[in-house]
Each structure stands twice: as structure tokens, then as C-alpha cells.
Design a protein around this ligand. Structure first.
Ligand SMILES: [Zn+2]
Length: 377
């Protein structure tokens, strides 16, 4: 079955052009300029961008991945799909090792089904000084052997580990992660500039929500932010919700690292798409007010209520990225980090038909995943 989407403003990494695309068996087969060669589904001049790829997400629609509850996880995936996220990784938070094993084993079923693109352990190998919304009582010293158990529980679906480079055993655990094919991400860390470089040299390639839960950029103490931004091997995650990071600092990161090393993430928790109220994140109580999630005790920011469409919109309207740059940060860069850029992450012949149709105001008008409409424009 073949479908033509006509009268589109197609956003590719190279630019924006008036054109069309054809889709067959879930894949993009042609991307053309100007008028489509045959009648198709007119998008009425709306933008079409690649489906968003969110590599750091704890849930939504009331559902929380750290619980391991499959129905709740499905509801979260569905919510984020309606907001344009066609590929997502489920992030767990610090818990006991048996608790993490159980949640990973349960969510691995959803990875087998293709609902999730993998699992991310955010903790337990993180700094007590920078633990944010992680239960400090459950933090652990990094151990390659113990991490091997967590990887095994995920049955080949563990994609990322967030770790603090300065902890004893961290560098060996980063090396072990690489041997397991797991991306090591530096974050929730009190490391300085040199310690962060040690983590990168050991094999870390991602910065977990740059700026948040790490020492700030300082002109005499450059800290992890400078080390992570300036290393060509590192991709930096940003929570672009206007709360976690000031737009000027998002702009600074994007200009230092470039869109190909900058990945927008949501770091969303259960309240995304579910409204203000009382929630839990892992073992901790969270109060969401005015769309901002904070620990009920102490007030640390506890994830976000962001969706990728809003992160994308803000990247253009508040940060000042071009549409192609924003699309790279929301799709192609995270796809590359996950090793999926051969099949997703941009609008090109041969790639999966994962698409988001956006209005002039960059609101979602339609979402397609693997050639099937989730929301038809
Ligand atoms: Zn997180």
C-alpha cells in the first residue's frame, strides 16, 4: 500500500522545502520538491518533521516507568506518541537492585513488542550531593559486576546508564557498560572538570540533562559543563521546558556543541499530560503545581511534565534554532546516540515513516509511526 503526502513543507537536516513524500510498507520511499506527481493526502502547506526521539523519559498520563507496571507504561507511551514521540527510551530512577531488576524485566517485554526502544538506568550509581529527585538512602557505589546483573535483567534492552564519574568504581563501571553495549552518560554528579574528562576517557559519551544535577559553569572552575560541551565525543541532553534551563543557556549549549551533539529530552514523569497533583517518582513523593514537578520534601525539581512537541516548539520560538536545527536536536541526534539513525531520525528515502505534521505555530496536527497514523491530520 502506497501513500503520498502532498503540499507539505518538508523539514530535513539540510533545510525546509515545499514538496511531498511517498510512503510504502511503513517506509519513506521518495522525498520530492514542488508538486507531487500524483494526487495524495494534502497537508495543506503544514510542516512535516521527523518523529521525535526521546532518550530520557520516566512516564506520562499518570504512568511511571520506574514502577515497571506494563499498563501504565503503555499509557505513557501512547500519551507521548500523540505528542509526536515515535521512539522512546524508558528511564528508571534509583531503587534497590532487586527493584531495578524487576522493573527492567517487566519493561523488557515492552521493548520486545517495539513499544520502547530500550531502558535507561538513571542511578543508583550517582552522587548524594547531586541526587535531585533520587532517594539518597538507595544510592550505591558503582560496581561492574552488579551492573552486569542489571543489564542481564533487561534481556538485551538496556541502552543507557547515568553515572557520576567521581565515585569509586565509576570508571571501571563505565568501561563495563561499554563492553555490554550500554551508553554511559555522566550526570547527577559532583565531578569537576578533570574528573569529568576521566569519565569521558573511560568511555562516557552522553551528558545526562546538562546543567541540571551537576556543578555549574564557572570561569575559574569550569566543572563538568565545560568538559562535556567541548568534547566532540559527547552528546548533551537538555530539558528545554523553560524551567530546568534558561533559554539563554540552551542557546549557549547548542552553539557550543552544535545541533548534532545536542539532544532534546523530556525527562518527563507521570504528570506529563495528566495535570497538577500528587505523584510518586520511584520511592519519593512529588507535587506538581503549575506544570512544575518538585519533591514534596525539599522542593528539588523532580522530572518534568514536558512533551517533545513542546520542547521542539520552544527550541524554535524561545531559543531561536532554525526548524532544521531543532529537528536535528529532537530526532536525528538522539537517534544517532541510540544507534538508530540508519532507520529513523530524519525524513529521507529508506527511513521509517515516523513523521510529525505541525501547524505554522508548531502545534501537532498529525503523527505517523511506521506509516500508520496515530493522529491523522
Ligand atoms: Zn531523569
Amino acid at each position: 500500500m502506497s501513500l503520498t503526502l502532498a503540499d507539505a513543507r518538508v523539514v530535513t537536516p539540510e533545510g525546509v522545502h515545499d514538496g511531498w513524500l511517498t510512503i510504502e510498507d511503513g517506509r519513506i520511499t521518495h522525498v520530492g520538491q514542488g508538486r507531487a506527481p500524483r494526487a495524495g493526502h494534502s497537508l495543506g502547506g503544514r510542516y512535516v518533521v521527523p518523529g521525535f526521539v526521546d532518550m530520557h523519559n520516566h512516564g506520562g498520563a499518570g504512568g511511571s516507568f520506574p514502577t515497571g507496571d506494563q499498563d501504565a507504561a503503555r499509557a505513557a507511551v501512547e500519551l507521548h506518541r500523540r505528542h509526536g514521540t515515535t521512539t522512546m527510551v524508558a528511564s528508571l530512577v534509583t531503587a534497590t537492585v532487586p527493584g531495578l531488576e524487576a522493573a527492567a524485566a517487566s519493561l523488557a517485554d515492552l521493548c520486545d513488542d517495539g513499544l520502547l526502544a530500550g531502558l535507561h538506568f538513571e542511578g543508583p550509581y550517582i552522587s548524594a550531593a547531586r541526587c535531585g529527585a533520587h532517594d539518597p538512602a538507595l544510592l550505591r557505589e558503582p560496581s561492574p559486576g552488579e551492573f552486569g546483573r542489571l543489564v542481564k535483567a533487561g534481556r538485551g534492552h538496556v541502552r543507557m546508564l547515568t553515572i557520576a564519574a567521581e565515585l569509586p568504581g565509576a570508571l571501571d563501571t563505565i568501561r563495563a557498560a561499554r563492553e555490554h553495549g550500554v551508553i554511559a552518560a555522566l550526570g547527577h554528579s559532583d565531578a569537576g572538570y578533570e574528573q569529568t574528562i576521566d569519565g569521558i576517557e573511560a568511555g562516557a559519551t552522553v551528558a545526562t540533562h546538562l546543567y541540571n544535577a551537576m556543578p555549574p559553569l564557572g570561569h575559574r572552575a569550569p566543572g563538568p559543563v565545560a568538559a562535556l560541551l567541548q568534547d566532540e565525543r559527547v552528546t548533551v541532553e537538555l530539558v528545554n521546558d523553560g524551567v530546568h534551563v534558561h533559554p539563554a543557556m540552551v542557546r549557549l549549549a547548542c552553539s557550543a556543541a552544535g545541533p548534532h551533539r545536542t539532544a532534546l529530552i523530556t525527562d518527563a514523569m507521570a504528570a506529563a499530560g495528566a495535570g497538577d497533583g500528587a505523584y510518586v517518582l520511584g520511592a519519593l513523593q512529588v507535587t506538581v503545581s503549575g506544570g512544575v514537578a518538585r519533591l514534596t520534601e525539599g522542593g528539588s525539581i523532580a522530572g518534568s511534565t514536558l512533551t517533545m512537541d513542546a520542547a521542539f516548539r520552544r527550541a524554535v520560538q524561545e531559543v531561536g534554532l532554525t526548524l532544521p536545527e531543532a529537528a536535528v536536536t529532537a530526532s536525528l541526534t538522539p537517534a544517532r546516540v541510540l544507534g538508530l539513525d540508519d532507520t529513523i531520525g530524519s525524513i529521507a528515502a529508506g527511513k521509517a515513516a515516523d513523521l510529525v505534521v505541525l501547524t505554522d505555530e508548531l502545534e501537532v496536527a498529525g503523527v505517523m509511526r511506521r506509516g500508520a497514523w496515530i493522529t491523522e491530520p
